[in-house]
Design a protein around this ligand. Structure first.
Ligand code: BGC
Length: 268
């Protein structure tokens, strides 16, 4: 990835203190963007991410905010505009799981996942879009007035027993993204989603941290390896950059083929 691909751009990454968000924040900084490292818990980790990003000679700071809280998201974007001048890239990444079979799933488990994974992306997209529209296109910076990247999942389209809250939230993210893409494209705002498969992060440790679990997981991945956070981070940088300026309203699956119905390679 060229080091100056995102030179002069300002990015906000939610949930940037761990996993995919952390790798994405670092990759955006490496590509020349200034970065707001959002976190809701894990201030120390967020601070370390900030230091790594500053090592690339760009600006970065950590900002605590719960993406499901309207006032906190409004303030997060307002502060980015105050401190960095504007926002060019919003990576709505923060997400979580609260797994349970349907009959044991509490309303609180359902609501928490929808609030963070879906409502959080709505709020972040809304606040970013306001700033993109206020500023408009600055051709020296980017061909677009702004880019919104929704962190989705293969479970945007793959049903997932025992995870109905999570799968529903990601299905919703797919339609949120497409509808916003349609609505905002005339303003030269590009909205897209990146949909990871199984990536080695804290959210799914039990799916890969023993040889047995990893062997089971690999049955679902035609490409034969579990993904790394950098696989997703590099995809986000590409989607955010003008290299993909004509990509609008698309979901980029970064999943080693998990969405290819691998069971049908031999069955069916
Ligand atoms: C989930 C992970 C899971 C992966 C593939 C992701 O969206 O967060 O827990 O391993 O999808 O099923």
């Amino acid at each position: 990835m060229p080091a100056d691909l995102l030179k002069g751009q300002k990015a906000v990454v939610t949930g940037a203190n761990s996993g995919i968000g952390m790798a994405t924040a670092v990759a955006l900084g490496r590509a020349g963007a200034d970065v707001v490292v959002n976190y809701v818990a894990g201030a120390d980790d967020a601070g370390e991410v900030v230091e790594r990003i500053r090592g690339f000679g760009v600006r970065a700071y950590a900002h605590e905010a719960d993406v499901s809280d309207e006032d906190q998201v409004v303030e997060m974007v307002a502060r980015a505009v105050r401190e960095l001048g504007t926002v060019d890239i919003m990576v709505a990444n923060a997400g979580l799981q609260r797994d349970s079979p349907l009959t044991g799933m509490t309303l609180a488990q359902w609501q928490k996942v929808i609030d963070v994974n879906l409502t959080g992306q709505f709020l972040c997209a809304r606040e970013a879009a306001k700033e993109f529209m206020r500023r408009g296109v600055v051709p020296e910076v980017s061909r677009a007035a702004g880019k919104i990247i929704c962190m989705s999942s293969v479970h945007q389209i793959i049903p997932w027993a025992g995870h109905v809250n999570y799968a529903s939230s990601k299905g919703g993210v797919g339609m949120l993204m497409q509808t916003l893409a349609q609505e905002l494209a005339p303003h030269r705002i590009r909205v897209n989603a990146v949909a990871p498969g199984a990536i080695r992060t804290p959210i799914n440790t039990s799916a890969w941290n023993t040889p047995q679990a990893e062997a089971e997981l690999l049955k679902l991945i035609p490409y034969g390896r579990v993904g790394d956070p950098d696989d997703i981070a590099d995809a986000v940088v590409a989607v955010a950059s003008d290299l993909l300026d004509y990509v609008v309203g698309t979901t980029l699956y970064v999943d080693g083929g998990m969405t290819l119905f691998p069971g049908f390679a031999t069955g069916g």
